[in-house]
Design a protein around this ligand. Structure first.
Ligand code: NOJ
Length: 749
């Protein structure tokens, strides 16, 4: 035995240099060594992604041969396959294939996994990059413990049309804020680096301009100038590359007549060329084959040719690559090198994730249990949710509610709903009760129940015209000191393929409010939605409004935290809108960073041959950057280090913010610039920086910003990024309209 051991040790010592030489191999060398072993069929297999059988996020193609195909090495990745058990089962099959190349498991982990976070648009209201990053980090910690190694998030599409159902999934209308959030989310999902056991690959989507679908109709065409593309729609994607996003997903739309999936300019020239992106691009569900419907290619063969040439590396569910790439090679329409490039990009990520070292790395049932039951995640979700709630109105300081209130009537179709609070993209995690959610009712009971009396009436449904529950609601309201009314959309009224032409609060919910207001009781309205809705009656008549979006697992607790505020250990709201709220559908698109036009309309009193509507205000109902607090803030002492700036000598700016109200609170101070004269006309305002400042009641702080060349630059007609000399306005505001202090400066030649 001894002899055996010592000779074994000798062999080990002898082999040591060989092992470490192998370890020292770069990822690219390891990728090449696998590639050399692969047949063409196996290479094309890596470019092929299928949906698992039990859940679908797109139109299903029935295919009973998937298992066989995985065994043959003809599949590179699966989506909608979750849980350690299920992913391990599929990975086992892949491990019986000739080359044992591990599968990637992709999933729409959009706003949480087991613990559901607020929908992305709601989180964007926090303007809190650390919190947003932590939310993505927490989702990644859960999902990566549950078999997943790739999330199809973040969606970084700029969206200026609330009819578009997917407005809920992004960060709103602004490229600057959108870029910051894109960066934070990628960092959050991917963690320190790919390869760590709790890191997911991020996927910036949908590349590109998907959010500009004409008429807000999902999957619709996009027609846009280069200027708009570069200035507004591309920056968040660029930020995602800078954050190290491992993958990109292209989009369903055509842009200026060329489907994004077959768009070489977007994928090869910009993404993989100019931006030097080293990851891989996955198509959207079936989008390669859908180029036939677009009318840009004749058949699957041409679709595959177009997509692979344009730089789409992986085919999600269309099967065009699998069916047509072999023939395209045979016909010499594409080179083997083109396929190799796509395969290498995918294999590189599999190596970086560590899957070649341990294909079951993300399939540890114990780790899954621990991650899915970590109480710290609940706390993070609650804090994130409270930071996402926007206080739109608060007459006579109705909020925060006094802890001495005796009776509250909590009314509305969403009060006792559980799953609704999840919003559109939730993941059905095996073995997890989908009611793992604190309803609004439960939240209020947790906070207030022991103090006194909580009454309930449903009042009406979300949709429909049935008013038979009104009488009971009014009766309950009459018995209370204050009424809280929870109304809005159903969670699946926004999301993918959920575009709407009517975005008013549905059904008779505003009629119910009318009746409740007639009781003379103070009414606080909670509006739950996945998009900016139109609710002019509520906006004008309700004394207090909280826009609560969809807040996830901890919705109820977070809402109660904000309703009662700091007096009951809760939160003073600080969120600000990342998107303008229109007064009516007729006002869409309405966004703050518009051009001045030759005949600007500056207020609603003058409609004399200027750029206005004859029957509608020129202003949105609630503008970009808007959101109230229980306290108030004063802006003062704006100081510029100089008024004439040389191009490489930034201006230092400071201003003082004072909390003049009676509560501690946080203010999101927004820095806007206007370039007065440009070779291309410039918007009347552009967000260029912001700071979230925490101030105790009565406290003042001086905050500082730097204005450098970067902040003054834009894409000129030749698409060069330039700062042109001339005059600039500098504005600091509590919203894009509520400008508190301003000055101007000049950029010298
Ligand atoms: C289609 C959606 O557009 C995309 O965002 C999603 O990631 C895929 N389906 C997969 O579910």
């Amino acid at each position: 035995m001894k002899i055996f051991f010592s000779s074994f040790l000798t062999v080990l010592i002898f082999l040591q240099p060989i092992f470490s030489a192998a370890q020292r191999k770069t990822v690219d060398q390891r990728v090449d060594s696998v590639l050399r072993l692969m047949t063409l069929e196996e290479k094309i297999g890596q470019l092929n992604q299928y949906n698992d059988d039990w859940n679908a996020t797109g139109p299903v193609t029935l295919d009973s041969t998937k298992k066989e195909q995985v065994l043959q090495g003809q599949v590179g990745s699966l989506l909608n396959c979750v849980g350690t058990l299920r992913t391990r089962t599929w990975q086992n099959i892949a491990m019986q294939s000739r080359l044992k190349i591990p599968l990637l498991f992709g999933q729409d982990v959009i706003h949480g996994y087991k613990t559901t976070f607020p929908i992305p648009l709601a989180e964007a209201c926090s303007w809190d990059m650390d919190a947003i990053q932590l939310s993505a980090r927490t989702a990644a910690t859960e999902a990566s413990a549950s078999g997943i190694n790739w999330t199809f998030a973040p969606m970084v599409d700029i969206a200026r049309d609330p009819r578009w159902g997917r407005v809920m999934e992004g960060a709103g209308e602004d490229p600057y804020l959108g870029s910051k959030i894109a960066y934070a989310r990628v960092k959050g999902f991917q963690g320190n680096k790919l390869g760590e056991v709790n890191s997911l690959m991020a996927c910036a989507k949908h590349y590109a301009a998907y959010g500009a679908a004409i008429g807000g109709r999902d999957y619709n065409s996009v027609d846009m100038s280069d200027r708009l593309l570069w200035e507004v729609y591309l920056p968040p994607f660029k930020a995602a590359v800078e954050a190290g996003a491992a993958t990109f997903m292209n989009s369903f739309n055509d842009i200026n007549g060329v489907p994004a999936t077959g768009n070489k300019y977007l994928q090869r020239d910009i993404l993989k060329g100019k931006w030097n992106f080293k990851g891989f691009v996955v198509s959207d569900w079936g989008s390669i084959g859908e180029m036939i419907n677009h009318g840009n290619v004749k058949n699957e063969y041409e679709a595959a040719l177009s997509a692979i040439t344009a730089g789409s590396d992986m085919d999600m569910e269309s099967r065009c690559y699998k069916n047509s790439l072999p023939q395209l090679i045979k016909d010499k329409k594409i080179s083997a090198a083109l396929i190799d490039d796509a395969v290498k990009r995918i294999l590189r990520k599999k190596f970086e994730l560590g899957l070649f070292d341990d294909p079951y790395k993300f399939c540890n049932a114990e780790r899954e249990q621990a991650a899915l039951n970590d109480p710290a995640h609940t706390k993070i979700a609650r804090e994130m949710a409270a930071k996402s709630i926007v206080l739109l109105k608060n007459e006579n300081e109705l909020l925060p509610l006094s802890k001495n209130i005796k009776t509250i009537a909590f009314i509305g179709p969403l009060v006792k709903a559980k799953k609704q609070n999840k919003g559109f993209w939730d993941v059905e995690v095996p073995g997890v009760d989908s009611n793992f959610i604190v309803s609004q009712w439960e939240g209020l009971q947790n906070k207030f129940g022991s103090n006194s009396n909580l009454l309930y009436a449903k009042g009406c449904d979300i949709e429909g015209d049935d008013k038979s529950g009104f009488a009971e609601a009014v009766n309950v309201a009459m018995q209370a000191d204050v009424v809280i009314l929870s109304i809005g959309e159903r969670r699946d009224m926004s999301g993918e393929a959920k575009s709407r032409s009517n975005i008013n609060i549905p059904g008779v919910q505003e009629d119910l409010l009318k009746e409740l207001l007639a009781t003379g009781k103070p009414v606080v309205v909670l509006i739950n939605a996945g998009r900016p809705l139109v609710f002019n009656y509520t906006a004008e008549h309700a004394p207090a409004i909280l826009y609560t979006w969809w807040l996830g697992s901890e919705a109820g607790n977070a809402i109660a935290d904000v309703l009662f505020g700091p007096a009951l250990g809760g939160i003073n709201p600080s969120a600000k809108l990342p998107i303008s709220f229109p007064r009516s559908v007729g006002q869409i698109p309405v966004y703050y960073s518009h051009f001045n036009t030759g005949r600007p309309a500056t207020d609603d009193s003058n409609r004399n041959y200027n750029s206005s509507y004859n029957d509608l205000s020129i202003f949105p109902k609630y503008e970009f950057g808007y959101g109230l607090s229980y306290t108030s803030f004063q802006y003062s002492d704006l100081t510029l280090s100089k008024k004439k700036m040389k191009v490489n000598e930034p201006i230092e700016v400071s201003l003082r913010i004072t909390n003049t109200g009676k509560y501690d609170g946080e203010e999101i101070v927004q820095l806007y610039l206007r370039d007065k004269v440009g070779s291309i006309v410039r918007p009347v305002q552009e967000l260029k920086d912001f700071a979230k400042v925490k101030l105790r009641s009565g406290e003042s702080k001086t905050i500082r910003f730097t204005i450098d060349k970067e902040k003054l630059s834009f894409y000129n007609q030749q698409l060069q990024w330039v700062a042109e000399p001339g005059d600039f306005d500098l504005m600091f505001g509590a919203s894009s309209r509520d400008i508190r202090v301003k000055d101007s400066f000049e950029l010298l030649n």
